[in-house]
Design a protein around this ligand. Structure first.
Ligand SMILES: [Zn+2]
Length: 146
């Protein structure tokens, strides 16, 4: 079932803002751990990664070792890696063309932290989808802060 919203703790929301501002003007990135409920994605933890991209100002690359370690830790469930986050120091709240080109896992949540000129961080979530014809897209997912 396709989730309708994403639930994020206020403390995690604050931590993500802090990480995005600390990394700016470079992008920050990391993984989101959680599980699916009836109609929502519940985020239970965020795991910061070093940004391994060659050009950190306009791209990001999550350290795959973090992913491997998490997968090992989470093998007995119920939580799993359900998303990825990164920041847009240029303030754009939407996935970039590069994000879409890099997206490879349908169902994965993409959380984007848009940093504006005065240090506020807007947050948006997207679900990566792949159509039958192979076309990729992101559909917006409302974020509920709890
Ligand atoms: Zn991006």
């Amino acid at each position: 079932m396709k989730p309708e919203v994403i639930n994020l703790a206020a403390t995690d929301r604050a931590e993500l803002s802090r990480l995005a501002l600390a990394a700016s003007p470079a992008e920050c990135c990391g993984l989101l751990v959680g599980h699916h409920t009836e109609a929502a994605v519940q985020i239970t933890a965020i795991h910061k990664s070093e940004n391994l991209a060659a050009d950190k100002l306009s791209g990001f690359e999550v350290d795959f070792r973090i992913r491997l370690r998490l997968e090992e830790e989470l093998v007995s469930g119920p939580d799993q890696i359900i998303g990825i986050y990164h920041s847009h120091p240029n303030g754009s709240p939407k996935p970039s063309g590069k994000d879409l080109a890099d997206a490879a896992e349908p169902g994965l949540v993409w959380l984007i932290l848009a940093v504006d000129g005065v240090g506020a961080v807007d947050l948006s979530a997207w679900l990566m989808c792949r159509e039958a014809d192979g076309e990729k897209s992101f559909s917006a997912l409302p974020v509920v802060i709890k």
